[in-house]
Design a protein around this ligand. Structure first.
Ligand SMILES: NC(=O)c1ccc[n+]([C@@H]2O[C@H](COP(=O)([O-])OP(=O)(O)OC[C@H]3O[C@@H](n4cnc5c(N)ncnc54)[C@H](OP(=O)(O)O)[C@@H]3O)[C@@H](O)[C@H]2O)c1
Length: 300
């Protein structure tokens, strides 16, 4: 599945975090009909069943087959808070069983360990993913929110390295050191929360994050670099942010429960000039903001 650039999944996928099952079903069905070929879900999103239902309908209503669609889901490793039991090997297999049952699939294309919170059991979880890959229940295996130190643990043990690492990446959090390491190791980079700099990013009640008040204020600034570039290229701000990621060769996972936005987020047939890419590259503000519990990359 890997091509020359270590890319193991279609570059544009639909994100489904903060969607309930019904929304995940409706949006996955609409997105695949529109041209998306990758859907990103996770056990912890509690909407895998919705994605599964959308796939059933797609396979019956269209000429598309299972092989045409890439499905990513994620193992919740445990360990986020005290009562969140860390998964051992058996727990990891049971989680995969449940995800496959929810999705009503025989295999997923990409299975990720959602974060490094499994700590002393990270190696057990990785060994389990390797065994499940051998059994054909997952085509590719990878990690999410793992930093260099976490991946080096696998390297030191001589294990095959993850095929992909899904991380928070956008102009305000560019993580150059980690990106360089992943490229050097041939690990596909999947960017999540590409739209953090938008004023509409997770602005509803209950959609928590560590996005600061200053960031929210800057998102609204009518003179912001993203607004200016959007107007220059006659596209939306969202399209600028997503195209910036694609031009860095990251896969992207824009999430929206609005059909028009879902379409916008897929229609990225324009090019940001090298000069403007450099301008955006200069807007890095450092660390992650998506996880309200703190940056998972910082876990020991
Ligand atoms: N591995 C991880 O730890 C992790 C963490 C976070 C996310 N992810 C994955 O990455 C996906 C994307 O990340 P995300 O959900 O944080 O955020 P995102 O896709 O960067 O942004 C989604 C937010 O922006 C709004 N939005 C979407 N398209 C828009 C557009 N064209 N114009 C204006 N506003 C727009 C959405 O609102 P509406 O829905 O109301 O349109 C929503 O509030 C997730 O769904 C999930 O699959 C993974």
């Amino acid at each position: 599945m890997k091509n020359n650039n270590n890319q193991i999944i279609p570059r544009i996928g639909l994100g489904t975090y903060n969607m309930n099952s019904q929304e995940a079903e409706e949006m996955s069905y609409a997105a695949i009909n529109y041209g998306y070929r990758h859907i990103d879900t996770a056990a912890v999103y509690r909407n895998e069943d919705g994605v599964g239902k959308a796939l059933k309908r797609i396979f019956s209503d269209t000429d598309l087959n299972r092989e045409d669609i890439t499905i990513t889901t994620k193992l919740w490793p445990g360990g986020l808070v005290k009562v969140d039991r860390i998964k051992n090997k058996e727990g990891t297999i049971k989680s995969l069983d449940k995800s496959l049952r929810n999705l009503d699939l025989e295999y997923v294309d990409l299975y990720l360990i959602h974060s490094p919170h499994g700590k002393s059991k990270r190696l057990d979880q990785w060994e389990t993913l390797l065994s499940q890959q051998e059994q054909g229940r997952v085509k590719n295996i990878g990690v999410s929110n793992w930093g260099i130190n976490h991946i080096e643990e696998l390297n030191e043990k001589g294990y095959p390295l993850p095929s992909a690492n899904q991380i928070e990446l956008h102009p305000w959090s560019q993580k150059p050191e980690l990106v360089e390491y992943l490229k050097e190791k041939g690990i596909d980079i999947i960017a999540y929360s590409s739209l953090v700099p938008l004023s509409t990013w997770r602005h509803k009640d209950g959609e928590n994050s560590l996005k600061t008040d200053q960031m929210y204020q800057d998102s609204k600034d009518l003179e912001s670099p993203f607004k200016k570039l959007a107007s220059k290229y006659s596209v939306t701000e969202a399209q600028i942010l997503l195209k910036w990621a694609l031009q860095h060769e990251y896969a992207i996972l824009p999430k929206s429960i609005k059909i028009e936005r879902m379409k916008d987020n897929f229609d990225l047939k324009f090019t940001i000039s090298e000069k403007d890419m450099i301008l955006i590259n200069q807007l890095d503000r450092g660390g992650s903001v998506t996880w309200e519990y703190g940056d998972p990359l910082a876990i020991q």
